[in-house]
Design a protein around this ligand. Sequence first.
Ligand SMILES: CCCCC/C=C\C/C=C\C/C=C\CCCCC(=O)SCCNC(=O)CCNC(=O)[C@H](O)C(C)(C)COP(=O)(O)OP(=O)(O)OC[C@H]1O[C@@H](n2cnc3c(N)ncnc32)[C@H](O)[C@@H]1OP(=O)(O)O
Ligand SMILES: Cc1cc2nc3c(=O)[nH]c(=O)nc-3n(C[C@H](O)[C@H](O)[C@H](O)COP(=O)(O)OP(=O)(O)OC[C@H]3O[C@@H](n4cnc5c(N)ncnc54)[C@H](O)[C@@H]3O)c2cc1C
Length: 642
Amino acid sequence: MTATFDTDRMAAVIYGSEKLASRRREISAAVSRIPELHDSRPLPFMDRLEKVTEMTRKLAALNKHLPDIIDPNDYEEGLHLYHEVMGMEGHPLALHEVMFIPGLIGQGSDEQYEKWLGRARRREIIGCYAQTELGHGSNLRSLETTASYDPSTREFIIHTPQITALKWWPGALGKSSNYAIVVANLIIRDRNLGPHPFMVQLRDEETHRPLQGITVGDIGPKMAFNGGDNGFLGFDNYRIPLGNLLNRHARVEEDGIYVKPPHAKVGHSAMIRVRSHMATGQAWLLAHSLIIAVRYSAVRRQGFLEDKTREVKILDYQTQQYRLFPSIARAYAFIFCGFETIRLYDQLILDVNKHGNTSGMADLHALTSGLKSVVTYQTGEGIEQARMACGGHGYSMASYISEIYGVAIGGCTYEGENMVMLLQLARYLVKSVELIKNGKSKELGPMVAYLAEPDTQEKTPLELKDYVKLFQMMSKRQSWKATERYLKLVEGGVSRDVAWNKTAVELTRASRLHTRLYIMETFIRRVSSIEDMNLRMVLRDLVNVHVNYELLDCGIYLHDVSLLDSIKNQLYSSLHSLRPNALSLLDSFQFSDIQLRSVLGRRDGHVYENLFEWAKSSPLNVSDVLPSVDRYLRPMMEKAKL
Ligand SMILES: CCCCC/C=C\C/C=C\C/C=C\CCCCC(=O)SCCNC(=O)CCNC(=O)[C@H](O)C(C)(C)COP(=O)(O)OP(=O)(O)OC[C@H]1O[C@@H](n2cnc3c(N)ncnc32)[C@H](O)[C@@H]1OP(=O)(O)O
Ligand SMILES: Cc1cc2nc3c(=O)[nH]c(=O)nc-3n(C[C@H](O)[C@H](O)[C@H](O)COP(=O)(O)OP(=O)(O)OC[C@H]3O[C@@H](n4cnc5c(N)ncnc54)[C@H](O)[C@@H]3O)c2cc1C
């Protein structure tokens, strides 16, 4: 089937500009010409140590070639080059670029930039972000690592009081990093001032050996990210200079006077940054799995429809389309709302760092908390459906889908466990409903203004604005229902914390609906703004799949469920309309075969030949008879014959 649009033009929409889309193609082509930058053999055949070694080898090779391929100051070009060469299984700089440098920029003073930023950017030093501990990740107020100020030497003494206080999980900490931003409780004259970020050298810059007072190592294999070295870290009264507290916002004077930051949570900026970028990052992972599944589904033939002389492509089955197409729509929706969220984050950082204005922090915290939770969960769902859509071959590592799944669902946990983050958004929604109840609707932010709208009668949606209206109504009702349940318990004498816990499931439902509404609205808004009519029409088909699927999926929140019958019909017809463009919508992401690392999803479509070659290359096939057969199996069978 031929598509009705040009994938290069769609790539420009996905990546935000024609220039970036074409630079991505040039970068992929450049990488394809440099064998040193390719995996030396398929990653699934490697054990953990080989993977870590391979990632480190490629990283060093990449560092060498990088200036010939990209403008080192261009973040987007760099990101693409990294995805292409390093893939998704982790590497020594994984946290350096994502949290260490941004953490230093967000929290460090100009003087501290002078000291560390240039060195970090040149990669003279490698850093990570060490916050989570063995005993606590979500509840930051219970972190146990301390940084006690000693005015006599103008130093902080960093200490791990017990095993639960060991830093545990930080990416690239175990073996690669020689520096870390360590989050520890600032203690001045026995007063605990809460978690603050400190720049800490962990290893000798010459020998790479841990410094005296530091215990550091790798935490072992994980569901994914096994090319990376997530680590543990302990401190034994380890001293760092006063100037190592990252002090753009909070300061300690030499005599121990504490100058507090303009907002208590301003130190969380590195986390907010990653959360803001997660929608686009997850969209990219979802699109990876979908292109594998859709390419395969356009080659695989199984069973018959009308024509009994030729088996049908499995992509023509309605169930296959229902399994895959709503996720294509979500991948696009996540990309578009992700870009909008990144813009909001960039604006906030400008406001905070340049003008000391922290007024947008609560809004962005609420938004990104909900968004990271919904997007990571739905991405996991979509990838798992993509795997099942490939039948048995999806289960093989040749598809690479299980690796993508493992990486993606890590996002449900890192950067804030999803339930915990949904409950953060819920606090914002409850406060908003309380404002309305107290006659202060005017104080509501634009994203929650709909919570004050009166209920109207539900009717079959005909235009996109009708879908938004229905979704607003469902979301509003759930926010009110959860808030009223919570307030009723409080009014009945239950403590706020216990009442909150007794309402928590309803609260998370409200957060999901609010977030899904935001995703839907940004998707519609972006598609409506596209000038190229041809592209807009294709994306409009995708939006139709999205709005109908989302509404059906949330149908239990409607009062009049009879509406669902017509929505089902609209969904089935929009799946059918999308079929001719489904593959090209994914080709528009322009992932190269090198980047995809999937035998099943290669562009050439020679699925069976490629699978057979892959199987033959398995290390188990190097000899016809394995030593384990000689050692155990043959003697066992011989014995049975006696
Ligand atoms: C650029 C590229 C990125 C690409 C990404 C894509 C793909 C990624 C690929 C690879 C993976 C790479 C990296 C993975 C990195 C992973 C790194 C980590 O995981 S780092 C550790 C992250 N840890 C967490 O996220 C911990 C989660 N917990 C918290 O954030 C907080 O504890 C909390 C749950 C939010 C509660 O905060 P706290 O206890 O500090 O607050 P309270 O005192 O309870 O609340 C008081 C008040 O403050 C509000 N609030 C909390 N945080 C903020 C904030 N940041 N901004 C504004 N306001 C905040 C909170 O809501 C309360 O409000 P109120 O109800 O009004 O009183
Ligand atoms: C791949 C990966 C990479 C990571 N990288 C880093 C890194 O670079 N740096 C770093 O510092 N950390 C990192 N982490 C750690 C990560 O940030 C934490 O694991 C995460 O914040 C969750 O915290 P936790 O493990 O303590 O889970 P917990 O908080 O113990 O969660 C366990 C369960 O308890 C529930 N729960 C907890 N609190 C509440 C509550 N208040 N209300 C209701 N339910 C609750 C949760 O919903 C969950 O179901 C990484 C983790 C992973 C998996």
